[in-house]
Design a protein around this ligand. Structure first.
Ligand SMILES: Nc1ncnc2c1ncn2[C@@H]1O[C@H](COP(=O)(O)OP(=O)(O)OP(=O)(O)O)[C@@H](O)[C@H]1O
Ligand SMILES: [Mg+2]
Length: 269
């Protein structure tokens, strides 16, 4: 199972849109996909859940001994796409976990049960670099960072890379940044493409795929459907299908690399 944490501490950068849309695009390619909503705002859950999820993923942290992850997995209307939902209960978890020794590894331990049940795990993180995001980074092997293709969208990237690097050193040596993904690209202005150029120059791990601004992407959460079924021929569906292909093809290539990329230098710029 490929385990991908979708993170950016900047709010509204496209994490949930990317998690759900990429998940649906991979599911369409017959990959078995599990989305874990790790955000107390539970946007991915509102989008995808077909019935109430109760306290959802919160129970993994609060009732750690009693709760196995399997009992929290629900199907969605999309074939091959499953969800572990979140709820507002998770707001309290961040605080409680901050003082609990070993809290960073709870999610990783729970995932052992389902290693062979899915091809992809996508974790939708909250817009913070707190203990929930650290749990995701500890459980994941890959990081996908959606950024808004605006000047302000790049703020905080160095700090984010430093956090990933720290978790890699202290808790999870297998962690690598798979991609930085430019989202909400407005191709009608010069500004958007310039930002993408800047990203590519500075971060070699920037995805080849970019996600264009697309009204259909903004509409589909309230319809309870992913973009691939809500607007099958939209640019949003096309872009996320491209991203799914990119992740599937690049995996082979990346496995051939001997050394993982070094992020420290960039983070210290
Ligand atoms: N490519 C796009 N085109 C149009 N709208 C988009 C696009 N990507 C995201 N949006 C919209 O931008 C808003 C923020 O996106 P999203 O919720 O995915 O960000 P987020 O990083 O998950 O936010 P948060 O940090 O609050 O969890 C949403 O209203 C979403 O519908
Ligand atoms: Mg979100």
């Amino acid at each position: 199972m490929r385990r991908i944490a979708v993170i950016n501490q900047k709010g509204g950068s496209g994490k949930t849109t990317t998690t759900v849309s990429l998940g649906a695009a991979l599911a369409e390619k017959n990959k078995r996909v599990l989305i874990i909503d790790l955000d107390p705002q539970y946007s991915a859950t509102t989008w995808l859940a077909t019935h109430t999820v109760g306290r959802g993923v919160f129970d993994l942290f609060a009732e750690t001994e009693k709760t196995g992850i399997r009992s929290l997995i629900h199907g969605t209307t999309t074939p091959n796409l499953s969800l572990v939902g979140s709820s507002a209960w998770l707001v309290g978890a961040e605080k409680a976990l901050a003082t609990e020794p070993g809290a960073e590894t709870v999610l990783r331990e729970k995932l052992a049960d389902i290693e062979d049940d899915f091809d992809f795990l996508l974790i939708d993180c909250p817009p913070t670099l707190g203990v929930l995001t650290v749990n995701a980074l500890t459980a994941a092997r890959e990081v996908l960072v959606p950024v808004e293709a605006h000047v302000m969208g790049l703020q905080g990237l160095a700090q984010l890379i430093q956090t990933v690097d720290l978790v890699k050193k202290r808790l999870n040596p297998q962690l690598n940044i798979t991609g930085i993904l430019a989202c909400r690209l407005d191709q009608r202005t010069k500004h958007g493409p310039e930002i993408v150029q800047k990203l590519r120059a500075r971060f070699p791990e920037t995805c080849r795929t970019t996600i264009r601004e697309n009204i259909r992407l903004a509409e589909c959460p309230s319809m309870g459907e992913p973009i691939t079924s809500y607007a099958d021929t939209s640019s949003g569906a096309q872009d996320y299908r491209d991203l799914a292909s990119e992740l599937l093809n690049e995996y082979e290539a990346k496995q051939d690399q001997e050394e993982p990329l070094e992020y420290e230098q960039v983070a210290n710029d």
